[in-house]
Design a protein around this ligand. Structure first.
Ligand code: UDP
Length: 330
């Protein structure tokens, strides 16, 4: 039996594929390589290059592979881009989910673990955020993922396809040996941008907004190591394989760090000066996102190994130092 990982050549997907392979799973990967990298995929996994929205292609994959469970990462995930081009997000992310569930239903595949996001909550009603809190996204990216959660809910009731939605907070870090890591083009995320400044590839960091209602005025986020996130997907697969009901879990550390605190931690982790300046707010950014992940800890038995943001940044720094041009570094 095989785990099919959609988007397995991307940042979180490739780390999860690696953990699955190391955990003894047989793994197949689908990725259209629009944002993914062939080199990121553990060579023990079979890579099929194609698009989740292409049902004929997906049928060939499901015909060849004896799929036991699906882990679905394949999505666009850049908040500012989603504000400018929402239909791109609803087409790729939301419509992609419809096509995927149709094919899973045709082939009788009943389990899916899904990358959802803290962005489905929007501006939180309370901190830390609980799974039962209102989901009112402030950007099309979050809306596209919330729609995917709802589509899975109704597909469970109608077709018995069980799902686990994992609502990620901010993901960071890399496999500590530096062999795989985060490589987006263009890069928009805070920690890799800070590390590009540390490497000298950018002049300075721009911090988007210092007038938020937070202790130092900059946004507060909850950072989780990518390998801890990968572990949660494997626990979710086991949870579904054991016959449990569909469910949603937050994945975060329950600790918030402001953008200025992250800059400070990166200066410590890299030993570099890292010039920075304040810049206007970025549209669509909630001020503070911190997860309660008690539910994942209690029900899935999730125990994150990384609780120190400087160590998390340190693993990303190893990747940046060994791959200054990402996967094209040879
Ligand atoms: N951010 C920033 N400068 C950058 C990139 C990001 O100040 O060049 C801020 C962003 O406004 C947010 C935080 O860093 O407050 C985390 O943003 P990121 O895009 O990494 O993740 P998000 O929270 O949007 O998922």
């Amino acid at each position: 039996m095989t785990v099919l990982v959609l988007g397995g050549a991307g940042y979180i997907g490739s780390h999860t594929v690696d953990q699955l392979v190391n955990g003894g799973y047989d793994v197949a990967v689908v990725d259209n390589l629009v944002t993914g990298h062939t080199e990121a995929v553990n060579p023990a996994a079979r890579l099929y290059v194609g698009d989740v929205r292409d049902k004929e292609f997906m049928r060939t994959v499901f015909t060849k592979e004896n799929v036991e469970g699906v882990v679905h990462f394949a999505a666009f995930s850049v908040v500012p881009e989603s504000m400018q081009d929402p239909l791109k997000y609803f087409d790729n992310n939301t419509a992609g989910m419809i096509h995927l569930l149709e094919v899973m239903n045709e082939f009788g595949v009943k389990n899916i673990v899904f990358s959802s996001t803290a962005a489905t909550y929007g501006e939180p009603k309370q901190i830390p955020i609980k799974e039962t809190d209102p989901q009112i996204p402030t950007n099309p990216y979050g809306e596209s993922k919330l729609a995917m959660e709802k589509i899975m809910h109704w597909s469970d009731l109608a077709y018995g396809i069980k799902f686990v939605a994992l609502r990620y907070f901010n993901v960071a870090g890399a496999k500590p040996d530096g062999s795989i890591g985060e490589d987006h083009n263009p890069e928009t995320h805070l920690i890799p941008i800070i590390l590009q400044v540390a490497e000298g590839k950018r002049d300075k960091l721009q911090i988007f907004g210092d007038d938020y209602p937070t202790p130092d005025g900059t946004n507060v986020r909850d950072y989780v190591h990518v390998l801890d996130l990968a572990d949660a997907h494997i626990l979710a697969l086991k949870y579904l394989a054991a016959g449990n009901e569909s469910n949603a879990f937050n994945l975060g550390s329950a600790t918030g760090f402001s953008n200025l605190q992250i800059l400070d931690a990166a200066r410590q982790a890299t030993g570099k000066e890292i010039p920075a300046e304040m810049a206007p707010r970025r549209p669509g950014d909630p001020s503070t996102l911190i997860a309660s992940s008690d539910k994942a800890r209690e029900i899935l038995g999730w125990k994150p190994n990384y609780d120190d943001v400087e160590k998390i940044i340190g693993t990303a720094w190893t990747w940046h130092e060994t791959h200054p041009d990402g996967y094209s570094s040879k």
